[in-house]
Design a protein around this ligand. Structure first.
Ligand code: DQA
Length: 142
């Protein structure tokens, strides 16, 4: 099984960025945990981060007929991007949406998620464990 894990803008700043909300792990730390877990489960994983909406669209498009699942934390684009939603619909790869923080407990504008119109599952407020839960979603689906 091949999974694409895609992280959106400012997630490259984890560890520095608002640690009271996002914790102190860096994206590299999160990537290492995910790679270790995927190796144990014999999952082939491709890990991406981009600060650019169009680049995220390109990454999603590259998952067409290549990935069995997408795990995406679109970060701020969650709340604004019809383009990312449309890309997910275009490639039609099963998708789990992950947020480190509980977006429902924050500002009102974070309660809207375009990606949620397509995602099979939404995981919020569980930190790095949210990504592991998302991987398990695909493992248990087999
Ligand atoms: C986030 C929540 C978003 O509202 C925010 O813009 C992010 C990160 C999260 O993981 O909690 O950048 O997706």
């Amino acid at each position: 099984m091949k999974l694409f894990i895609i992280n959106g803008p400012n997630l490259n700043m984890l560890g520095i960025r608002e640690p009271e909300i996002y914790g102190t792990l860096t994206l590299k730390d999160i990537e290492s945990k995910i790679r270790l877990y995927c190796a144990k489960k014999q999952i082939d994983v491709e890990f991406y981060q981009s600060n650019h909406e169009g680049e995220i669209v390109d990454i999603i498009q590259s998952a067409y007929q290549k990935a069995d699942g997408i795990i995406i934390n679109p970060a701020a684009y969650t709340h604004t991007s019809v383009a990312i939603l449309d890309a997910l619909k275009a490639v039609d790869v099963d998708t789990v949406e992950v947020h480190l923080s509980d977006v429902d407990e924050r500002e009102d504008f974070r309660k809207i998620s375009y990606v949620s119109f397509f995602a099979k599952k939404i995981i919020k407020g569980k930190g790095v464990d949210g990504y592991i839960e998302a991987i398990d979603f695909f493992v248990n689906r087999i």
